[in-house]
Design a binder for this molecule. Structure first.
Ligand SMILES: C[S@@+](CC[C@H](N)C(=O)[O-])C[C@H]1O[C@@H](n2cnc3c(N)ncnc32)[C@H](O)[C@@H]1O
Length: 492
């Protein structure tokens, strides 16, 4: 083996080890959930014990409440564990990760993987979670250089390093074959749930062995709590208000713009970047579109895959999403209330052919020649502000749309990487709405409709605090290029 091949092999192994480490870390975050919650409850108890007797007497119901909280945590943990058991890791979890440790010692910054997901606004919509690498892009690269084309870890940003989770999570497949839409990404079409699992008590896979798990920073466990709140937004009756505010206007717009989608010809194709837990993409499929959700967070994908592929009935699970905050409660009952999920049985919801979820970074997956002009519609909901460089997002949206295609957007501009303290070199381009629109016009869009929508994001409807967004909602159409309007011509 030549020294170059040797180095390439070493790098590939390193990337593989980093992938496994990253995924183990996410799984560990899920598994650390009960312990972290128990720590909180113990803290409440310690504080209670420090009260003077007279105060304790006034609040004598609290010890029972703490026990109830424990019980709720155990129910959430059960759901999480069943979800993990259903997860089929796309990479070999038994891979020896020592090489990643060695590399971390040699290259101290790599070790800081744990700091990649800074999230200044916990549970706010801009809160991106761990990244998922696009395996297909690696495949494409490997075609070029015979090996993986693995990026040089030394030159990667911290974020890119954690991105090296390859492959996808779900096993979505109604058509039992790959949907060919996103050739740049790893696509899994949706699979009817009826034959996926036959009860809640299946054995644990090897990779869930406690010896492979480790303690993660509390910030990681916070992401698990955020996912639980996202489940309410997408998959509970309680989330209907937010879905009515955010998803319904988008669905109505799609319905208005594509009235002929049930004709003999192929239905229109709609892409949903940053699809979260997949409800909007599912609803778009139910309208008769070829619908593809794109998502790069394994936290999200593990959960959406479970709900989409493994739900047996509606209201199969009771979870307790609100137990982790004692603030702004009108009553303990509100905090301890169960939420049934999913509100619908996904397999019976009327999904049409071509529904898929594509794992990977939107920029990596869709900035691929195969994607040019591939989509009739792109829907971004609470997604644009997740960009490091929003101009790049808009550029790609324009490229992948057909001429005359539509871009429907709804969301605020709470730039995720703004205020990225501790991460001095974190790229973040933060534009005003006015500038965002200017960039869109430059890329050949014209506005057809525009309004503001007041809405919340993963908010506890019974809380005394309701963060309200005045989200921008628009429909833009990509004009066919003319010699004077084409961006390239303008640049020339
Ligand atoms: C604020 S959430 C919105 C989720 C969903 N659209 C909704 O309205 O509930 C943004 C989502 O985009 C995902 N995301 C962020 N950056 C991404 C990227 N570059 N590629 C793909 N997904 C991304 C995040 O993981 C997160 O699930």
């Amino acid at each position: 083996m030549s020294p170059i091949e040797d180095e390439q092999l070493r790098r590939r192994k390193l990337e593989e080890a980093l992938e496994v480490k990253s995924l183990r870390r996410i799984i560990s975050a899920y598994l650390n959930y009960p312990e972290a919650a128990e720590e909180d409850i113990k803290r409440y108890e310690r504080c209670f014990r420090r009260l003077p007797l007279a105060h304790k007497a006034l609040l004598s119901h609290l010890p029972l409440k703490f026990q109830k909280l424990r019980w709720c945590v155990s129910k959430n943990s059960y759901f999480i564990f069943e979800m993990l058991k259903a997860f089929d890791p796309p990479i070999d979890m038994s891979v020896d990760t020592d090489i990643a440790e060695d590399h971390a010692i040699e290259n101290a910054p790599v070790q800081q993987l744990s700091s990649t997901e800074m999230n200044p606004h916990s549970c706010q919509p801009g809160s991106n979670i761990t990244l998922l690498h696009n395996a297909k892009v690696d495949e494409l690269r490997s075609g070029e250089d015979g090996l993986s084309g693995t990026p040089n870890p030394e030159t990667l940003s911290e974020e890119k390093k954690i991105q090296s989770l390859s492959e996808n999570v779900g096993n979505f497949s109604v058509a039992s074959e790959r949907n060919g839409m996103a050739q740049g990404g790893d696509v899994h079409s949706y699979q009817s749930a009826t034959h996926c699992c036959d009860g809640h008590a299946s054995p644990s896979p090897d990779w869930l062995d406690p010896s492979l798990q480790f303690h993660v920073p509390l910030a990681d466990v916070d992401k698990v709590r955020c996912i639980i709140r996202n489940i309410v937004r997408d998959w509970a009756a309680e989330g209907q208000k937010e879905r009515d505010e955010c998803y319904r206007p988008i669905l109505q717009e799609l319905d208005r713009l594509f009235p002929d989608r049930s004709s003999d010809s192929s239905p229109p194709a709609c892409l949903v970047p940053g699809a979260g837990l997949g409800r909007l993409a599912l609803e778009i499929s139910c309208l008769g579109f070829i619908s593809q959700g794109n998502e790069f967070s394994y936290y999200m994908m593990i959960c959406s895959s479970f709900i989409l592929n493994y739900s047996q009935t509606s209201e199969e699970w009771n979870i307790y999403p609100w137990i982790h905050s004692n603030c702004n409660l009108l009553s303990d009952k509100d905090q301890l209330r169960p939420v049934s999920i999913p509100d619908i049985h996904p397999a019976s919801a009327g999904i049409t052919e071509g529904f898929s979820m594509c794992g990977g970074d939107f920029v990596e997956v869709y900035n691929d020649p195969s994607q040019v002009g591939a989509w009739d519609a792109v829907v971004t909901c609470f997604f644009l502000d997740t960009a490091h460089n929003i101009v790049e997002y808009i550029e790609i949206i324009s490229k992948i749309l057909k001429d005359g295609g539509v871009w429907i957007n709804l969301g605020p501009l709470l730039y995720h990487f703004a205020d990225a303290y501790n991460q001095e070199d974190e790229m973040s381009i933060e534009l005003s709405l006015e500038d965002v629109k200017r960039v869109a016009f430059h890329h050949g869009f014209e506005i057809e409709k525009e309004s503001t929508i007041a809405t919340t994001y993963t908010t506890n409807q019974r809380s005394m605090m309701q963060n309200q967004y005045y989200a921008a909602f628009w429909t833009m159409r990509k004009k066919p290029p003319t010699p004077t309007s084409a961006p390239d011509a303008a640049a020339a």
